[in-house]
Design a binder for this molecule. Structure first.
Ligand SMILES: [Zn+2]
Length: 156
């Protein structure tokens, strides 16, 4: 049953789905609202319902998946915000906000990066250690996010 679909700018939120956070090839439909009044979505790949929540990394909408992966790789190589600005041409404020957003959703980021073989778990640890040092000001949400994924690596 093909019917015209309105453009949906959210990606699948199911960690187990092949299209988890994937823009390319996603097949998501919008359908109704839940009791709390949140828009509901349905993924045709994993057949799961979800609502748009604070779980959605915001910057996934502003930068492409490839750009985000590139930035993560630079972070593992210990390139700071300013060098990434120079290499990628993205403004340092954009990169700073991406880091903040990644930190808030650190667990989801790790899952995504490891699952898509962008980084190994060890590289993820290295990335967060570096990210944490690289940015001076973090929101409480970002601090909590980073702490969650750095359990093993904070031994001093
Ligand atoms: Zn899905």
């Amino acid at each position: 049953m093909a019917r015209p679909r309105s453009k949906i700018d959210i990606t699948c939120q199911n960690h187990k789905c092949k299209y988890f956070l994937k823009e390319k090839g996603k097949d998501i439909i919008k359908r109704g609202k839940n009791k709390a009044g949140h828009q509901q979505y349905y993924c045709n790949h994993c057949n799961k319902w979800f609502v748009e929540t604070a779980n959605t990394p915001l910057y996934w909408k502003h930068l492409s998946e490839e750009e985000i992966i590139t930035i993560c790789k630079h972070l593992v190589e210990k390139n700071g915000i300013r060098s990434i600005e120079r290499i990628t041409g993205h403004h340092r404020d954009t990169i700073g906000r991406l880091l903040e957003d990644m930190a808030v959703h650190a667990e989801m980021m790790n899952e995504y990066l490891i699952k898509n073989l962008v980084l190994t778990p060890v590289e993820c640890d290295e990335m967060w250690t570096f990210v944490k040092k690289n940015k001076r000001k973090w929101t409480p949400g970002a601090r909590i996010g980073i702490r969650k994924v750095m359990r093993g690596s904070i031994q001093q």
